[in-house]
Ligand binder design. Structure first.
Ligand SMILES: [Mn+2]
Length: 326
């Protein structure tokens, strides 16, 4: 059978088996896939009897991940570094993505497990497992788990499922190509006690009414461009909640005739740009984001723009989408 998951390099598996201690880092400003792939990897390593330290720069902005913050350190302990740990980097396409915590452990040997389409493998040959066809990093962690011969358990399955659910928008972004193998893995997670229904509620309920009103006000002020093919939304500096994006994208992408959404978030000293495109738009927003120094996937990506006013940035972004649609 054709597989979207190529075999893991034996050198990567050996590096994990041979080490006594490991540091696990995912990208800063983490989402569910970053954090839950870290937690799943921790569980796998502990089952193998390894010492583990989890690092993440944060911030832990979204309501659904805030509770996980205490499990992550901002910096590796000196005493832990003396154990010469293997550094396992998850869900990061470039060496700047893990942020501050990575600086102190840059000289240690490392492996990279990631599913972003842009980026560079920033490790030695045979020490990365990069599969852009995978809908989440947790799916790749599950492949590594298998290669290591570690049995699934309920906690691991819960983490692996949550990262998958986050990055697929609860199955929305799966295709006929990646669904068969991923859903087989999801079947195993549910057989180990994961309830998709409960996880959906856990990850969506409990939002503040003000956040939902803020989402509505961003949608109200959104404008259409390029004959309705593009919608640009704007989040002013006064609204800092990162949880608003999902709702904004989900609603605006349902607009008739739309091919892409550009979401500009004013962070005061910088503009954070989010891109989404429709599956059948033929638009690769990942490469647009990459040309701005960011990255991501072909249908979902992001970049940060500094030293530009909103109006100026917006004009440039509209032009970039227009060129890409041509
Ligand atoms: Mn991811």
């Amino acid at each position: 059978m054709d597989t979207i998951f190529p075999q893991c390099d034996a050198r990567l598996i050996k590096a994990i088996k041979d080490t006594e201690a490991a540091i696990v880092i995912a990208h800063r400003n983490p989402d569910g896939d970053a954090l839950y792939s870290s937690l799943a990897m921790e569980r796998i390593l502990r089952k193998l009897g390894k010492d583990v330290q989890l690092l993440n720069e944060g911030p832990f902005l979204r309501d659904d991940i805030k509770a996980l913050e205490p499990r992550f350190k901002k910096e590796a302990d000196e005493s832990f570094l003396n154990k010469n740990p293997l550094v396992i980097i998850l869900d990061c396409s470039t060496p700047d993505r893990p942020g501050e915590p990575f600086k102190k452990v840059e000289n240690l040997s490392r492996i990279v497990i990631d599913h972003h389409s842009s980026g560079v493998p920033f490790t030695e040959e045979g020490m990365s497992y990069i599969v852009p066809a995978s809908p989440s990093t947790t799916m790749l962690v599950d492949v590594v788990r298998e290669a290591l011969g570690v049995e699934l358990d309920e906690e691991m399955a819960g983490c692996l499922y949550r990262g998958f659910a986050t990055d697929t928008g609860f199955y929305h972004f799966l295709t006929e190509k990646n669904a068969p193998e991923c859903l087989m893995r999801v079947a195993a997670f549910t057989a180990h006690g994961v309830s998709p229904y409960d996880v959906y509620d856990e990850m969506h309920d409990g939002r503040k009414l003000q956040d939902i009103k803020d989402t509505a006000s961003i949608i109200l002020s959104a404008g259409t461009y390029l004959d309705g093919q593009l919608i640009v939304a704007y989040q002013p500096e006064t609204m800092m909640n990162a949880r608003l994006s999902d709702g904004v994208y989900a609603s605006l992408l349902e607009t008739e005739g739309v091919k892409a959404i550009v979401f500009i978030k004013d962070k005061g000293d910088a503009l954070e740009i989010g891109f989404r495109s429709k599956n059948k738009s033929g638009l690769d927003v990942g490469s647009i984001a990459q040309s701005l120094g960011g990255g991501g996937h072909s249908k979902a990506a992001g970049a940060t723009i500094k030293g530009m006013k909103r109006e100026e940035a917006q004009k440039m972004l509209i032009r970039m989408i227009e060129d890409a649609l041509r």
